[in-house]
Write a protein that binds this ligand. Structure first.
Ligand code: SF4
Length: 338
């Protein structure tokens, strides 16, 4: 018992919060005063993709409301078990662009590194919910091989940390990897795709700020916020700390049925982001991943929502409406005339 207490003490606050995440449907339902009817169907879906929700995110979900937009992103439901031939395990064909362990290289000048093998939250619509992280062995030798891959390709000017959530990795490792990448002269930028500052805001601590400040690569953080209710005071404070040290903050959202497929919700999100000095960057059309059919928003609805956003928002607060088409050399901007 004494030993356990010491272990908790040497962990950073965010790591303790990570450990305290809810990983069972039963506990999630109980904590949120939801009907036990949701249990059996949810448990079956969770066998395919585990439930994981950190306590700080749970606090932002309304008690007893099965339609809460934050809850719908994390609660496993029966609909996930529906089969549809158009919804695939690897909807973006990433495993065909995986030249080395931990490396995904789809676009010429940018390479993505799978830095984190898990996330602090498991989003039910995630396009990597079936990704075989365990096959991407992440030991030092593999990392040196990934670094050689980048070194040998002078056309790569941007490295993207992804995952899983890259900020789920320890700062000492992130600092080591960033230091190695910074030695490759043709790499100009480091982009970090993360949901951690939103779901566990205490992740933005002094240690993390220190390694971000100490690299010649100017980190750009792409957050993933889908709904204005995800931005509470603790998130605002964390984002403020990042802005204080000059980190460029962008946000991408995924358009999700019953979560944010309303223009008033997305307009409010853009306004909240602006107040936190975050630029709304992309509004993604859902990638057709197996288990997420119930999040699909139909074309007519997308057109209505986005054209209402265009009318209400100035250009700099309007995220670009995009979708990813496997094999294309960049993301595809969606035209409302399509
Ligand atoms: S945080 Fe991102 S990568 Fe992780 S489960 Fe959610 S959507 Fe997927």
């Amino acid at each position: 018992m004494h030993e356990q207490t010491n272990l908790v003490q040497i962990k950073n606050r965010w790591q303790t919060e990570l450990i305290e995440s809810v990983t069972s449907v039963e506990e999630l339902i109980m904590r949120l005063n939801l009907s036990p009817k949701l249990l059996s169907q949810g448990q079956k879906a969770a066998l395919k993709f585990q439930v994981r929700v950190p306590p700080s995110y749970i606090k932002r979900i309304r008690l007893g409301d099965p339609k809460d937009p934050l809850l719908l992103q994390v609660l496993p439901v029966r609909e996930e078990l529906k089969k549809n031939k158009n919804y695939l395990k690897d909807p973006l064909n990433e495993l065909n662009h995986n030249p080395k362990s931990c490396v995904i290289h789809k676009y010429q000048n940018r390479v993505l590194l799978i830095v984190g093998s898990f996330c602090a939250i498991n989003c039910r619509y995630c396009f990597r919910r079936h990704f075989p992280y365990s096959q991407q062995h992440q030991n030092r030798e593999k990392w040196f091989s990934a670094l050689d891959y980048i070194t040998n390709r002078p056309e790569i000017n941007e490295v993207i940390f992804s995952g899983g959530d890259p900020l789920a990795a320890k700062d000492s490792f992130l600092s080591w990897l960033t230091g190695r990448i910074a030695k490759i002269p043709h790499v100009k930028r480091l982009r970090i795709h993360t949901r951690l500052p939103v779901v566990i805001p205490s992740r933005i601590d002094d240690e993390l700020l220190l390694w971000m400040q100490s690299t010649r690569l100017k980190p750009i953080i792409v957050l993933h916020i889908n709904h204005p209710n995800e931005i509470d005071n603790s998130v605002k404070m964390s984002l403020r700390q990042l802005r204080k040290i000059g980190i460029c903050l962008l946000n991408q959202s995924v358009l999700l049925k019953n979560v944010n497929d309303r223009s008033d919700v997305l307009i409010s999100l853009s306004e909240h982001l602006y107040n936190c000095e975050v630029t709304p960057y992309y509004l993604h059309i859902l990638d057709p991943v197996e288990g997420a059919t119930h999040f699909h928003v139909d074309k007519a609805r997308i057109k209505t929502v986005y054209s209402e956003m265009q009318t209400a928002l100035p250009g700099f607060l309007l995220p670009r409406l995009v979708k990813e088409i496997p094999g294309e050399l960049s993301k595809t901007i969606v035209s409302l005339n399509d």
